[in-house]
Design a protein around this ligand. Sequence first.
Ligand SMILES: [Cu+2]
Length: 161
Amino acid sequence: MMEAMRRALPGLLRRAMPSLVLLALPALAMAGAPSVSGAWARATPPGVSVGAAYLTITGGSANDRLLGANTDRASMVQLHTVEESNGVAAMRQIDGVPVPAGKRVVLAPGGTHIMLMGLSGPLVAGETFPLQLRFENAGEQVIQVTVRAAGEPDPAAPAAR
Ligand SMILES: [Cu+2]
């Protein structure tokens, strides 16, 4: 299958635009995928088995949806949002986060977050760990999450508030 595609590709490209298309090919492979930046998690005290990761997703060329995530640092990872009812804020699991084409979606404290449950050990300030994100259309993408000390401000929050 792949071999056939590889053989067919040069012919297709010759028929299109000889040199331009070849140059654009590496970029094309990623053009549709959402891009993720600023991923971080709060450091956790010893003995605490849950943590949360936050990040900013910029939608790709098509609408997509973040369906979930995985990391070997936690036995279970869920997508959560925070809802207030009767004056009490509570976390609720959601089955996906819409990522509209070209739009920026911010997962931040007090709102939608990636819940890390059953941590294999504390998240230590200054370290990074890989988190595999699963998108409905773009598939899987591995990002690095930076752990920040408990007092550090949220990098995605507006500077003045
Ligand atoms: Cu949560």
